[in-house]
Design a binder for this molecule. Structure first.
Ligand code: SF4
Length: 478
């Protein structure tokens, strides 16, 4: 019997998860099965994750966005983490990684999995480090125990930095920013102090067997990713990528689903080449990129520097984008940072889907543009990526209900509203009659993959803050 979605797909079986994914992406379940069978797409779906609504990651499907949550030693509590999960799902995260390193890790992880409708990813080496005084004391057995326990708890995908090899480490010597991946730096220290090969590489076959039993998907980590523009595309980065290509094939031979993580910091003109190289080396396995940041100069705005790179990466074929918040390089993100990071990345993913001609993706743009030209402010807010923000920005200057039909806003003012002037000018020859808000999103072939806008995602099973997207401003606001 098939243990994983990959094994089932190879056996010609269309699973319930594949059918659900096809419904969400508005495509043929047989197409989903073929994509999974060839390793071009993954459906992270641990057998023990009962609350999951299955989704798919692959370049032939809508671009997905991951949000990282998690605490640190300095800030850790269960309710706070569930609230972050709620916020991430509410603002449109397709998957969530729990990167907690403080507090009761098991309690937090199991609660997150129990309540999450989206796949949950982890980086097990973070937990292994918590069990020892010095990272060099981590044993092969400890690593396998942590991985197996997390697999049993229902983690859908795990970042495994098995491509950081002993022979790659000297290649990082001349770097401007050294090794910036947390997992990569821990493993480099372990290798240096023990004089042995990376334990995740040495035990890769055993990890594959654990993953196959629970259907955990590999997210092969890029522990040697560049942490600055100066280090982008160096020998260390591509030596690791070659190893990740070999490990992709090994994992798939074990029947395990695989996606591959990518950089980091990359100048704009090198992003396409990076994506193409990963696709070639890893034979089309989904590419899951962190940003990349296209410049290093803007701490405080790295959701923007990285969303620019993420758009370019998705345009070139990256399947999932790991969000970056404005707090990147500076501190642990708060709720408002999660919101800003997710908005930036939903925009990047959607912009790439539109540019790549993803079926139905542009319907959303057309519908909001029609509402905008018709001065249908309520509809415009409803369709906005972040309805709460759009409404509140409008209402800061024109809060009254009467302004919801106004043929202007405070940006140009009543006298200079170009759309009003344009419409008045056209009224004479009757051409305005052609504009009738014709795009019906409920009929859009983009289905659930792109629609509805952020804010309408189902968070009913996730405890936490109450984001009321439908509320109109109170009378006191007027
Ligand atoms: S006032 Fe300017 S910004 Fe506002 S609706 Fe008119 S054209 Fe658009």
């Amino acid at each position: 019997m098939a243990r994983t979605q990959l094994e089932a797909a190879r056996n010609g079986e269309t699973t319930a998860a594949m059918k659900r994914v096809a419904e969400r992406e508005n495509c043929d379940p047989e197409f989903v099965r073929e994509q999974v069978a060839t390793g071009q797409a993954v459906i992270p779906n641990n057998h023990a994750h009962g609350a999951l609504d299955p989704m798919i990651i692959g370049r032939e499907f809508s671009t997905k966005v991951n949000a990282n949550i998690g605490n640190s030693e300095e800030s850790s509590d269960l309710d706070g983490e569930l609230e972050k999960l709620h916020t991430a799902v509410h603002y449109g995260a397709d998957t969530v990684m729990d990167l907690s390193t403080g507090g009761n890790l098991d309690e937090i992880r199991t609660a997150i999995i129990e309540h999450s409708p989206v796949p949950i990813g982890t980086v097990p080496i973070y937990e292994a480090v918590k069990h020892v005084d010095d990272p060099a004391e981590i044993t092969h057995e400890l690593l396998l125990d942590v991985i197996e326990k997390q697999a049993e708890q229902g983690v859908d995908y795990m970042t495994i930095h098995a491509g950081v090899l002993m022979e790659h480490l000297p290649l990082t010597d001349g770097r401007t920013t050294g090794i910036v991946s947390r997992g990569g730096s821990i493993l480099a220290q372990w290798i240096e102090e023990n004089g042995m090969q990376n334990p995740l590489y040495a035990k890769f076959g055993e990890i594959c067997e654990i993953f196959a039993e629970h259907d955990v998907t590999f997210s092969l980590g890029d522990g040697l990713r560049p942490g600055s523009i100066a280090d982008a595309g160096d020998e260390a980065q591509f030596a690791e990528l070659d190893t990740l290509g070999e490990l992709t094939a090994t994992a798939q031979d074990h029947g395990v689903q695989v996606m591959v993580e990518g950089p980091g910091h990359v100048p704009m003109d090198e992003i396409q080449r990076n994506v193409e190289r990963q696709q070639e080396v890893c034979e089309g396995a989904p590419f899951y990129v962190l940003g990349p940041l296209v410049t290093d100069i803007a701490p405080g705005y790295d959701h923007i520097t990285s969303a620019i790179g993420a758009t370019e990466a998705a345009r070139a074929g990256a399947a999932m984008l790991c969000y970056v918040t404005p707090k990147e390089h500076l501190g642990l993100p708060e709720e408002e940072d999660v919101r800003d990071g997710l908005a930036a990345y939903r925009i990047a993913a959607h912009a790439a889907d539109v540019a790549n001609g993803r079926e139905g993706a542009r319907d959303w743009d057309d519908a909001i543009s029609e509402a905008r030209y018709e001065f249908d402010w309520r509809r415009q807010f409803e369709l906005a990526l972040d309805p709460e923000r759009a409404r509140s920005y409008h209402d800061q200057t024109l809060p009254g209900d009467n302004y919801k039909e106004a043929r202007f806003c405070s940006m140009c003012g009543v006298e200079f509203c170009s759309m009003r002037i344009d419409q008045d000018a056209r009224d004479g020859d009757g051409e305005m009659d052609d504009l009738d808000g014709a795009t019906d999103l409920s009929e859009s072939p983009a289905a659930e993959a792109n629609l509805p806008p952020v804010g309408d995602h189902d968070t009913s099973g996730v405890p936490g803050v109450d984001h009321d997207t439908d509320s109109e401003p109170s009378e006191a606001d007027d």
